[in-house]
Ligand binder design. Structure first.
Ligand code: GLN
Length: 304
């Protein structure tokens, strides 16, 4: 994308001077000034965050940005950059500032109506893909779909799959619908407002879910990016973190009896408890916890 002609920042309010004071600097130096401010505030990956936000302001892809590193930043761009840098310094996640986050190599729109997709959740997409490979017309349910990361990534990677996407939150379902449309899978992702699986009937191949699993008592220990900006509805799993997953397991029992497999993301210290809940809900089922690439418990698997 060329740098000029895409800078829709003319209507930004003007300020006499910017706290960062990057006006007149090259893009590279402006990025470094922001990175330094991030570092001092304790924000990880400061240089990358500074680059992502500067490219957002300039509407530049990565290659074009690197080609222009030695160009000066204009006054308007400096002001716009200053505004997004201040938001980031107030610990707003950069995905909410830019409105985008990559998941499973796809660009997702994100808003504070849903959790920002995490890379570890790609494991659930992989498991789902492996389970439905070779099936004629697989039907899966993504419970608590949020922005649609699992549902849309699965549909986009398997042309014959249909996904039922449930959430209690209408705004989250609207976001899933938008992402499904942007990736041309809206005819195969059905958004349903539901409390977990309630009201659903049918024979499913997979029930996949990234429900809240943070213990309420751990809430205050979360990073401010999460605690102050992401929806608590998508994170707080009650006293032991597993109240929703436990309830889902009970609702899922008749579907698992019919052959569905459950893949549920859990916290790395919740493996034993999650297994115990699954055994209580389905004493006849095969239950396991699979680790992520770093060896941490990450996914509860329940099958007949
Ligand atoms: N992994 C998320 C975190 O970093 C929690 C996601 C969830 O509760 N489903 O807090």
């Amino acid at each position: 994308m060329p740098r000029t002609g895409h800078r829709n920042i003319r209507n930004q309010p003007r300020k006499a001077s910017t706290p960062l004071g990057v006006h007149g600097m090259t893009l590279a130096n402006a990025q470094h000034a922001a990175a330094k401010a991030f570092e001092v505030t304790g924000i990880d990956d400061a240089l990358l965050e500074a680059e992502i936000l500067l490219r957002h302001v300039l509407h530049l892809d990565r290659a074009s940005y690197f080609a222009e590193l030695n160009q000066p930043i204009s006054e308007e761009e400096a002001e716009a950059y200053d505004q997004v840098v201040s938001r980031r310094l107030a610990r707003e996640p950069s995905a909410y500032i830019t409105g985008h986050r990559e998941f499973f190599a796809l660009d997702f729109r994100v808003t504070p109506d849903a959790l920002i997709p995490r890379p570890e959740t790609e494991l659930l997409v992989e498991a789902t893909r492996a389970r439905i490979a070779g099936e004629d017309a697989p039907l899966i349910v993504d419970v608590g779909v949020g922005c649609g990361a699992i549902a849309v990534a699965t549909a986009a990677n398997q042309p014959n799959v249909t996904v039922i996407a449930t959430d209690v939150s209408f705004p989250a379902l609207a976001l899933t619908r938008l992402n499904a449309r942007l990736h041309n899978v809206d005819s195969r992702v059905a958004c349903v407002q539901a409390d977990l699986l309630s009201g659903l009937h049918g024979r499913f191949d997979v029930i996949v879910t990234n429900l809240p699993y943070v213990r309420t008592s751990d809430w205050e220990t979360l990073e401010p990016e999460i605690r102050e900006h992401e929806p608590r509805l998508a994170l707080d799993g009650g006293p032991d973190g597993l109240s929703l997953i436990k309830r889902l397991l009970h609702q899922a029992a008749p579907f698992v009896e019919e052959g569905a497999e459950v893949y549920a993301e859990i916290g790395d210290d919740q493996g034993e408890e999650a297994i115990a809940h699954a055994r209580t809900a389905m004493p006849w089922a095969n239950v396991a916890v699979l680790p992520d690439l770093a060896g941490r418990d990450r996914m509860l698997v329940v099958k007949r």
